[in-house]
Write a protein that binds this ligand. Sequence first.
Ligand SMILES: [Mg+2]
Length: 310
Amino acid sequence: MPLTTGEFATIKSIKDRLPGPPDPNQVWIGDDAAILTLPGGGWLLLAADTVVGGVHADLTLTSMADLGWKAMAACISDIAAMGGEAGYALVTVAGPPGTDLDGLYDGLAEAAQEYACPIVGGDLANARALVVTVAVTGTCDGPPVRRSGARPGDLLWVTGPLGRSAAGLRLLRSGVMGAGRDGPEAESLIAAHARPRARLAAGGAARRAGATAMIDISDGLAADIGHVADMSGVGFRLTEVPIAQGASRDDAVGGGEDFELVFAVPPGSAVPEAFAGLDQLICIGEVTSDPGERILAGRTLDPLGWEHRW
Ligand SMILES: [Mg+2]
């Protein structure tokens, strides 16, 4: 498999080389987190996420503390996308001599406290580029929600308006070039980019409300809802994408790292009740039976999301 192949083809190639789970109730590769079944009953979730300086984070625009926070939040978001609770984290940092580990670990520790996910170990290594890898465990008191369970007729919900992170990054970039980035809306968008939130409570609520499939929006709505459709063997019709204040439609459809959750539930499920007091829940469309159908507002949806190149 050449290194220029897309990330998802690469994952399939890796999966084909490794043994699969002996138990059909387990998922080892290909979902937001791996699902393991525990001998005494219950589920264990495992997820890992890597942030590379200069690739996933522009180190001239991102503080080390923000980078640490984001690395933890992004990984914990994968536990949220299964409907799980965060457990423990391992953090591995490879970087050049002089890397500001104090700043990095300040941000990691803040996120660990916020999500009650203590950092219990990891590794340090010298490397030319900064690479931060977070691995987390999670637990679930019911079957975790996979990407593969959406059924025709299910309604699709998202846990909030989209595009805030992409809009915040644009503001940061324009700010570097001298344009204004003041005001509460700009600050809120920049914070959405610098300190994204993992929707753990929302993921649990969606699971308890009967979600059949779920994913966190890390690569963009178009790409991530496409993964749900691919793995469920279904299509979708979205009425419209909810655009966050200050964001553009492209930010909302193609911008990643909002870490809102999108999930499917059978019609009639008590979704709004399950989310009382939680995130701003929006129904965006429905699941259809034709896997080739990928519609947004009457038009075929291009997967604008950013697929990492290898
Ligand atoms: Mg994910």
